[in-house]
Write a protein that binds this ligand. Structure first.
Ligand SMILES: C[S@@+](CC[C@H](N)C(=O)[O-])C[C@H]1O[C@@H](n2cnc3c(N)ncnc32)[C@H](O)[C@@H]1O
Length: 231
């Protein structure tokens, strides 16, 4: 098993945010939203942890109109509202633009939140907390997952997806070859795979927080997903 190598600090956060925004994540983002909706109830109050350019909150709002009309996932009494959060002001600026362009300003609000800070989120505020490919950016995601659990209302849902670290460099390179795209995005994927937590590591991290091992499963050739409901 290759050891974990944490993500390097970005030389220029704006350039890195723009590279990330310009990468085409449409397929994985749609898969995230589809799996979230098919797996159980969503919202009406949703928090996205580490929202990046807010493409997932936008897709989610598009998938769940929630205007009081029928939806395929639950009887919608209330319009979906998303609090999209990120630590990087550069990313939040991009997210603001994307939300405006998508016409979702009234549904998606932005907050600067550092997932490493204790008490960064209030308790019992969300029906659903979602988080896509963020935890591998953190040296230790215990605080972030603890925040998410605390912020969930009783009966609320955590839906957290991230990459898992392959067993060998050869497997990393095979995934980079398959999914990495052109050189700058390929390098970001390579770094992310090296920084990612294995299934066993994430199960060890969530156990003391009260999330059972079965709540996290491998869900693709490079992702695991926590889908857990707070008692
Ligand atoms: C790989 S991007 C994923 C963005 C988004 N979730 C998506 O799937 O499109 C990782 C995001 O995590 C954010 N991030 C990294 N460390 C963070 C922290 N300590 N607190 C909050 N967000 C963080 C980054 O700024 C970046 O926007």
């Amino acid at each position: 098993m290759i050891p974990r190598t944490c993500e390097p600090i970005a030389d220029d956060p704006l350039v890195e945010a723009e590279i990330y925004r310009d990468m085409d994540h449409t397929i994985v983002n749609r898969q995230f939203v589809d799996d979230l909706i098919l797996g159980g109830p969503v919202g009406p109050w949703v928090v996205d942890l580490g929202c990046g350019p807010a493409h997932i909150p936008i897709l989610l709002c598009e998938a769940i109109q929630g205007d009081g009309g029928e939806t395929h996932y639950r009887p919608a009494q209330e319009r979906l509202r998303v609090m999209a959060t990120d630590v990087a002001v550069e990313m939040l600026e991009i997210a603001k633009f994307e939300i405006e362009m998508a016409g979702r300003v009234e549904q998606i609000e932005l907050q600067q939140i550092d997932l490493n800070q204790p008490n960064a989120l209030q308790a019992d505020i969300a029906d659903t907390l979602m988080c896509n490919t963020v935890l591998h950016h953190l040296d230790d995601p215990t605080n972030a997952i603890g925040l998410a659990i605390r912020a969930a209302k009783p009966g609320g849902r955590l839906f957290v997806r991230d990459l898992f670290r392959p067993a060998s460099s050869a497997e990393v390179e095979a995934l980079v070859e398959q999914h990495g795209g052109e050189s700058s995005s390929a390098q970001l994927l390579r770094q992310s795979l090296h920084a990612a937590f294995t299934l066993d590591e994430i199960r060890t991290i969530i156990a003391p927080l009260g999330i059972e091992a079965e709540a996290v499963q491998i869900t693709s050739d490079r992702h695991w997903t926590i889908d857990w409901t707070k008692p």
